[in-house]
Design a protein around this ligand. Sequence first.
Ligand SMILES: Cc1ncc(C[n+]2csc(CCOP(=O)(O)OP(=O)(O)O)c2C)c(N)n1
Ligand SMILES: [Mg+2]
Length: 305
Amino acid sequence: MSEIAAPAALDPRELARLTEVARRIRVEIVRTVAHAKAGHLGGPLSAADMLAVLYFHTLRIRPDIPDWPERDRLILSKGHSSVALYAAMALRGYFPLEEMATFDAVGSRLQGHPDMLRLPGLDMSTGSLGMGISAGAGMALGARLSGLDARTYVILGDGECQEGEVWEAAMVGARHRLDNLVAIVDHNRLQQFGWVASAAPERTPHPPHWGGELVAKWEAFGWRVIEVDGHDIPAFVGAFDAAARPDGRPVAVIAHTVKGKGVSFMEDRYYWHTRPITPEELAIAMQDLGEPPGPQAAETAGGAR
Ligand SMILES: Cc1ncc(C[n+]2csc(CCOP(=O)(O)OP(=O)(O)O)c2C)c(N)n1
Ligand SMILES: [Mg+2]
C-alpha cells in the first residue's frame, strides 16, 4: 500500500518563501529557454516545485563548498530538465543568476544536459535516460559504507521509468536495503510525443490514467512508495520528512504533476516538451507566472546568444 504524504505544518513565511522560489525557478526556465532559443520547457516546469523544496528546505548542502563530503546528493536523472536544476542552483547561490544567459552555449558550464565536469555542485552527468538511479544507488551504498548519514535523491521522469536500467537499480536498492535513497518520479503522464489518451486518443494503446501502474511497480520491487501532489509544497515537505524516517526500504516518491505547470498554454501539452518560444508567447508566459514585464524580459526575448 502506498502512503499519501501528510502536508507538513509549515510556518506561513516559510511557505511563502518556498512558493516564491518555485515561481522564480519557473520564470528563469522560460526566460532562459527563450533567450537560448533552445531547450526543454514542459519537464522543467513540472519539476519546479520539487526542486524548490529540495534546494531551499530539504537538502543538506553548502553551496559555498559544493563538494562538501557530508552533503546530500541530488541527481537529475531526467537530465533534459537541466534548466530547472540550474535555476534552482543559481537562486541557491551556486553561481550568479546572470550566468543563466549562457545556457546551452558552446563553452558554457550550463550545458543542455548537466555536465558534472564543468559545473561544481552537480553530483552526476545525466541526459541518457535511465542511468541516474544506478549512480544514485551506488552513492547511497557508498555513503553507508563510509559511515556518512548523507541521503541521495534522484529525480526521474515517468517516461524514463520505461528504461530497463531503472528496474535493475531498483532491485539493487531493495537488495541492499538502501533506505538513504529516495527516487522522486515526476509523474506528469507525458513524455516526448504524448502518451495519455488526452494527447492522442487514436494512437495510444495505454489506459487514460496509468498512475497506479507506477505505484504498483515500485512497490513490487520492494520500495516504500509515498504519493504526493507534485505542486503542493507542504505535501512535498511532508513526503521528504517521511522519507527521512528510514524503515529499511528505499523510498519512491511518486509526484503527481502537470507537464508545463504554471504556463497556461503549455500545461498538459506534450508539444511543449521542447520547442522554441516566440516573444509573444514569452510575454503571455511571464504574465501567467506573475512576472511584471520589464526591460530584461523584452531584451531576453530578442537577445542573440
Ligand atoms: C536513453 C534516452 N532515450 C531517449 C532520449 C530522448 N528523450 C529526451 S526527453 C524524452 C522523454 C522523457 O519523458 P519523461 O521521462 O516522461 O520526462 P518529462 O515528461 O519529465 O519531460 C526522451 C525520449 C534520451 N534523452 N535518452
Ligand atoms: Mg513525463
